[in-house]
Design a protein around this ligand. Structure first.
Ligand SMILES: [Zn+2]
Length: 324
């Protein structure tokens, strides 16, 4: 069966069942009081009649808490709660974004799902937010190799600048780290590539026992000694791999940049610097959950959806945040 034929991409009740399996892997929990004991299904309840639906629509997935007597669905507390877009369209959008290596534009989502462009834009940004990793464990723990490199993103076609005296300041700058052992990437949108910016990021995200692999940029010459080993290749002399030791290179992170740049060029032409970190999160997410790391398209989509659920306000969270 083709994956897009799956019921939850078309049928709202099936989409609800899918969401419930992600929100409540151990069975339903009341989002109002946290009770998981007595939860009743409310079947056949209809919403208030409206012009478009004079008989109301069935309130799918409606449940009632035996402890606090309040009603809820799996949408409560997730981004889906405040969205008028049917759940099965959210699942379609998540799948489209997760299954294409270079991503899809809001325009494509707008056309494919037949939702307003503004709606499509909102959906894609929420899904990108869900893909943002909260992973904080430092790379290179256990002495593995970590590659670090920076790139410029923007319209300017000029070649990457290597000198400290001439930096194109109008372009967006991205720093990416790749852990070769875990095959994970972690990217940062940075305001500049000075020592004062780069050093703290490396200190926080790379283990001291790691072997650091970089190019010849001066900034790494100052911080390389913080790690168990630092080796670099000399890109300005067209050296991409050390001949005497082929593990010394930054080809993995360069390869990642090329996927990102091809995608940004083809799909996201007008990415403002304000949103760049979300696009980076999207590319990092797909790379970290790529086929070579053991994820197929549907599994990758499920992880992204779990991210949306993970960021929902819980009954505790909603109380504490309402104070501010
Ligand atoms: Zn309750």
């Amino acid at each position: 069966m083709a994956i897009l034929n799956k019921a939850f991409f078309h049928d709202e009740a099936a989409a609800f069942a899918k969401l419930e399996s992600i929100v409540w892997p151990k069975g339903p929990t009341c989002p109002h009081c946290g009770n998981a004991e007595k939860i009743y299904e409310l079947k056949g309840v209809r919403s208030k009649p409206s012009k478009a639906n004079p008989e109301g629509v069935e309130r799918l997935g409606l449940k009632k808490c035996g402890a606090c007597r309040k009603q809820f669905t799996a949408r409560v507390g997730t981004v889906f709660e405040s969205s008028h877009v049917p759940l099965h369209k959210w699942l379609q959008a998540a799948y489209l974004m997760c299954s294409s290596k270079k991503g899809v534009s809001s325009h494509q989502i707008h056309r494919a799902l037949e939702v307003q462009y503004k709606t499509a834009w909102f959906m894609t940004h929420r899904l990108r937010e869900a893909m943002r990793s909260g992973q904080l464990a430092p790379f290179g723990s256990g002495g593995g190799a970590v590659e670090s490199d920076e790139t410029f993103i923007g319209k300017d076609k000029s070649v990457r600048q290597r000198t400290w005296h001439f930096r194109p300041t109008h372009m967006n700058k991205v720093l990416s780290l790749v852990d070769r052992d875990t095959r994970q990437v972690r990217s940062f949108v940075v305001k500049d590539i000075r020592l004062s910016t780069i050093a703290p990021i490396l200190a926080e995200n790379i283990s001291r026992e790691a072997r650091l692999m970089t190019d010849e940029a001066l900034v790494y010459m100052y911080i390389g000694h913080n790690f168990s080993m630092h080796r670099h290749v000399n890109h300005s002399a067209n050296e991409y791999v050390k001949l005497y030791n082929p593990t010394i290179h930054t080809n993995t992170v360069e390869g990642y940049f090329s996927i990102f740049k091809r995608g940004m060029k083809g799909i996201y032409q007008h990415c403002s610097s304000k949103h760049l970190h979300r696009y980076m999160a999207e590319y990092d997410f797909r790379y970290n959950h790529r086929i070579a790391n053991g994820y197929n398209d549907m599994e990758r989509t499920d992880v992204a959806l779990a991210g949306i659920v993970g960021r929902r306000l819980t009954y505790r969270g909603s109380r504490s945040t309402s104070k501010h």
